[in-house]
Ligand binder design. Structure first.
Ligand code: NCD
Ligand code: ZN
Length: 347
């Protein structure tokens, strides 16, 4: 078997870059390997308007290391007072590639998200009309719903009703974590896509909770039991076009992770491609890695695939920095818990 694998340069269809010093510290980790990324808008305050997205895009481009080619694909944060005309204008200008729905209180910086879904109906209808995708954080927030059931309950109570009420709305189920989500996605038409993270292909809930609590494996949606991880691996490596990579790489400083009430998020930008090559090789699906990282996402978003390539070479064990330094302190890089042997050749 060949020990090199050349792919079209990958894209990341769900990424948190933050702002300011953190943005400057983490952006090179993604831009080193990825050509484009869908940029999450959950800043404080959130990126709600086209003007805010435009200013954020400028800050990202200004933070890029000299000579790096990387295209941030901007999103708007759906709030109950989002103006459909502003969304349409931001889409028409080419600035915005998706709108992000966070149920209020579901995750980090989601306080301005949606509580009353009927209030965002005009925006969703406008999006269906103009073909602008809705990226959905698919978890209910009701305190009486067990955290491990929140994705499956969201599909029944929120996602499916929204889709039925808004024919033509293109939806991305983001960072799916359950076999329920895989099954639901598979039963839909080509107006539904689903992203899968790197870490949910590697960890299950035992990694977080058995033998001592591991805050660096805590993210939202939280990793589920092993049978769900296996369903995600089968989906990611299946070659089905609706499944594509969204790392959800979400940097938090160790000081904010290692607390009595620590933040949710795994930081995988640095070693994602090496981990994915390992996972796809284990599944006998190295020939499908390019579809997952480089073809299916552009297909769903109606964007051209990248012309540049990225080469992975298998060899001695690959090491990555354990932490990325930021002015606010270190951010720990996701540890897959096994040695990596696929190295990304410098591009
Ligand atoms: C994300 C973050 O830190 O912004 N955290 C996470 O655990 N994934 C928010 C999110 O995407 O839910
Ligand atoms: Zn996210």
């Amino acid at each position: 078997m060949s020990d090199t694998l050349t792919l079209r340069r990958p894209d990341d269809w769900h990424l948190h870059l933050r702002d300011g010093d953190m943005l400057r510290a983490v952006l090179p980790e993604t831009a080193r390997h990825f050509a484009r990324a869908i940029i999450m808008p959950n800043l404080v305050p959130p990126v709600v308007t086209g003007a805010q997205a435009s200013a954020y895009r400028d800050r990202i481009l200004a933070a890029l290391p000299e000579g790096t080619a990387f295209e941030p694909l901007m999103t708007l944060y759906l709030a109950e007072d989002t103006d459909p005309e502003d969304v349409a204008a931001a889409h028409a200008s080419g600035l915005v590639k998706a709108v992000k729905l966070y149920p209020a209180g579901a995750t980090t910086n989601s306080a301005s998200g949606v509580s009353h879904f009927d209030r965002v109906r005009p925006v969703l209808e406008k999006m269906a009309e103009i073909g602008l995708p809705l990226c959905v954080h698919g978890e209910v927030t009701a305190s009486d719903v067990d955290i491990f059931d929140r994705e499956a309950v969201f599909i029944d109570r929120v996602l499916d009703p929204i889709r039925r009420a808004t024919p033509g709305l293109r939806v991305v189920m983001e960072h799916i974590t359950t076999s329920d989500a895989v099954e639901y996605a598979r039963a839909q038409g080509d107006d539904l896509g689903a992203t899968i993270t790197t870490h949910h292909l590697v960890i299950n809930r035992n990694h977080i909770l058995a033998g001592g609590i591991k805050p660096h494996y805590y993210c939202l949606p939280v990793a589920k039991r092993e049978s769900h991880r296996l369903a995600l691996r089968a989906a990611a490596t299946s070659g089905e076009e609706r499944f594509f990579l969204g790392t959800d790489s979400a940097p938090h400083t160790d000081a904010n992770k290692l607390l009595p009430c620590g933040c949710a998020g795994c930081f995988t930008a640095t070693n994602t491609m090496s981990i994915l090559a390992h996972v796809f090789e284990e599944e006998g699906a190295l020939d499908r890695l390019e579809g997952f990282t480089s073809l299916n996402g552009p297909g769903f978003y109606g964007l051209p695939v990248n012309e540049e390539s990225l080469t992975l070479r298998k060899g001695e064990s690959v090491t990555y920095p354990k932490q990325i330094d930021t002015n606010d302190g270190p951010v720990t890089v996701f540890d897959p818990g096994f040695p990596l042997s696929w190295r990304v050749e410098t591009v």
